[in-house]
Design a protein around this ligand. Structure first.
Ligand SMILES: Cc1cc2nc3c(=O)[nH]c(=O)nc-3n(C[C@H](O)[C@H](O)[C@H](O)COP(=O)(O)O)c2cc1C
Length: 189
């Protein structure tokens, strides 16, 4: 299975999850391209992959600015290629899975859900099926913001994402790939 894993990570928290996603997908036998959009400005074609993972930290209940800009550019390219059609017809065997890390200091997971929904819309518009959305606690890194790691709606999130979060994501990645394998194989046949 051909996998693309795109991510943006301001303080390295989402990157911990992104690298775990890549490793798990490789362990499941996939060919994986990993793209940190802050370091690599290329714009791959999502439809060249069977499964696209995409992740970001959460900033004001959306992905960070770098991710939003990258998505705007992807959308522009898709429009130019006449791929954004009324009713967004489904493309068989094309899937996307979105993940974010978030601190939820004010309203908890409600701050993360719009971010994964927003990211998913790029792929849904292209006709890909949203196969998973994962929101993983990620502590504030800047020292002046760390009080929110203990005083926010999420309770104590110091040290998150931790080893357990990473192991949990890896288990979900492998399970997702196994669930999609028969569909992708039947289309390739
Ligand atoms: C300046 C700043 C603003 C943030 N705003 C939010 C927010 O609005 N909602 C939220 O849930 N988390 C917020 N966070 C927490 C981050 O989403 C969280 O720490 C995440 O794991 C960071 O991921 P990254 O380092 O990969 O970008 C903010 C963090 C910073 C540094």
């Amino acid at each position: 299975m051909k996998v693309l894993n795109v991510y943006a990570s301001l303080n390295g928290q989402t990157e911990k999850i992104a690298l775990a996603v890549t490793q798990a997908a490789k362990d499941a036998g996939c060919t994986v391209t990993t793209l940190n959009i802050q370091k690599d400005k290329t714009h791959p074609d999502p439809l060249e992959y069977d499964l696209v993972f995409m992740g970001s930290g959460v900033y004001s209940w959306l992905p960070g600015k770098a991710m939003i800009k990258w998505m705007d550019e992807q959308m522009e390219a898709a429009k130019k290629a006449n791929r954004i059609l009324p009713n967004s017809p489904r493309i068989p065997g094309k899937f996307a899975a979105l993940y974010c890390t978030y601190a939820g200091p004010h309203t908890g997971e409600a701050e993360a859900i719009p971010a994964v929904k927003y990211m998913g819309q790029l792929y849904d518009h292209l006709g890909m099926t949203i196969a998973a959305e994962w929101c993983i606690p990620g502590a504030f890194v800047p020292s002046k913001m760390q009080f929110m790691n203990t005083q926010g709606r999420m309770g104590n999130i110091e040290g998150r994402p931790n080893e357990q979060d990473i192991a949990s994501v890896q288990g979900k990645v492998i399970a997702l790939i196994e669930s999609l394998r028969p569909v992708v194989a039947s289309i390739a046949a």
